[in-house]
Ligand binder design. Structure first.
Ligand SMILES: C[S@@+](CC[C@H](N)C(=O)[O-])C[C@H]1O[C@@H](n2cnc3c(N)ncnc32)[C@H](O)[C@@H]1O
Length: 354
């Protein structure tokens, strides 16, 4: 069965990487069929469909997960012709209600995808009505408010993707958890959607142990804990570790916080399933004990030591750490770059302990 992720355009590569990692974390076998601006299509086995709700619950950078009915050319007449030729009886019964929405799926990072589609937004209601007419011919009734079957056509520069929406991602909950709304706040922390995407990249499952040895206000730990992951955080500043405790206590009952140096962790070898961390860059975040290069090198050795074999770590930094990560013994899986502002890029390294 073909599944389509309607991606948020907030980053060039992270939404796709997050969606694929979440499928792996929920043990849904997939292969990638196509990637269009703002859209990822994968083939999954029918057995995985029941677990897609769990994938939707964990994602931060996806708007919705759809089932693909058919793909179409992008000219209006050809769209109606293609959808008329598709057998929709598998998707809707005469006693069910439906809605039809058409959306231009774009990735703002991709110039091509921002070009015109050959017809304007003003034609979308007409197209929705035309597709509605095809769906209505199965005897069903339109209901734009609470339809039983929400149909959607995602228009990308190359193809139209006609779908039914299986799961919508509730992205508003991330807004509620923005750093300023938490009991303990200091500036320069990760936004919850980014933190959740990083946790997903590490492919953690419910009950796993995730460590953040530079936990700051605990933003990464909160996002992991809300997925049912057991979290351990540590920070060298006692005041900050206490603040992280206030934030974690606000969202969950169970967590461990240690006041310690990331270069000397009091954890056993091979004792954690994932590490996601954002060490200080030697700019605003306080670095205790040593310079940032030495601290990061020592902390990476410790992270490698405490991580189980075949498990993943996500390490952020303000410059690429590829040589250092390889030297420490990690395999590099992916590297994403996030522009924070004019003079700060975050390098997001996804690595595995072989
Ligand atoms: C960039 S901040 C982490 C922000 C965090 N991701 C958040 O969302 O709040 C880096 C943190 O590393 C801590 N830190 C600095 N040196 C440390 C060390 N040697 N060991 C552990 N933590 C350290 C700082 O106190 C700071 O809280």
């Amino acid at each position: 069965m073909q599944i389509c992720f309607e991606l948020s355009g907030e980053h060039r590569t992270l939404p796709t990487a997050e969606a694929c990692a979440a499928l792996r974390a929920e043990a849904i076998e997939y292969h990638q069929v196509a990637e269009q601006p703002g859209v990822l299509i994968v083939e999954i086995c029918d057995g995985g469909v029941g677990r897609l709700g769990l994938v939707a619950e964990r994602l931060a950078m996806t708007h919705a997960i759809h089932r693909v009915i058919t793909t179409t050319p992008t000219a209006a007449e050809e769209i109606i012709e293609t959808i008329s030729g598709a057998d929709l009886s598998e998707f809707i019964d005469a006693d069910q209600t439906y809605s039809v929405r058409v959306k231009f799926a774009r990735n703002p990072w991709d110039r091509e995808s921002s070009k015109s589609f050959g017809f304007s937004h003003r034609l979308l209601p007409k197209l929705e009505a035309g597709i509605g007419g095809v769906v209505g011919s199965y005897g069903s009734r339109a209901d734009l408010g609470m339809p039983d079957v929400p149909f959607k056509l995602l228009l990308t520069p190359g193809i139209g993707i006609f779908t039914t929406i299986l799961h919508t991602v509730d992205r508003s909950s991330f807004e509620l958890r923005k750093p300023q709304n938490k009991p303990f706040f200091y500036p320069g922390v990760l936004m919850p959607r980014v933190a959740r995407a990083l946790v997903n990249l590490a492919e953690v499952r419910r009950g796993d142990i995730l460590l953040d040895p530079f936990c700051g206000t605990g933003g990464i730990l909160v996002e992991a804990g809300l997925l049912g992951v057991r979290v351990i955080g540590s920070d060298v500043q006692e005041r900050i570790a206490k603040g992280a405790g206030m934030n974690l206590g606000y969202y969950m009952g169970d967590y461990a916080l240690i006041y310690q140096d990331a270069a000397d962790l009091s954890l056993r070898n091979g004792s954690v399933d994932a590490v996601v961390t954002d060490p200080p860059y030697g700019r605003s975040a306080r670095i205790t004990g040593k310079g940032s290069n030495k601290l990061v090198a020592d902390a990476l050795s410790e992270i490698h030591r405490v991580l189980k074999e075949k498990k993943k770590a996500v390490i952020l930094y303000n410059k690429p750490l590829l040589d250092l990560l390889l030297h420490t013994g990690f395999l590099i899986v992916e590297c994403h770059v996030q522009r924070v502002h004019r003079s700060l890029n975050r390098y997001i390294h996804l690595v595995e302990k072989p």
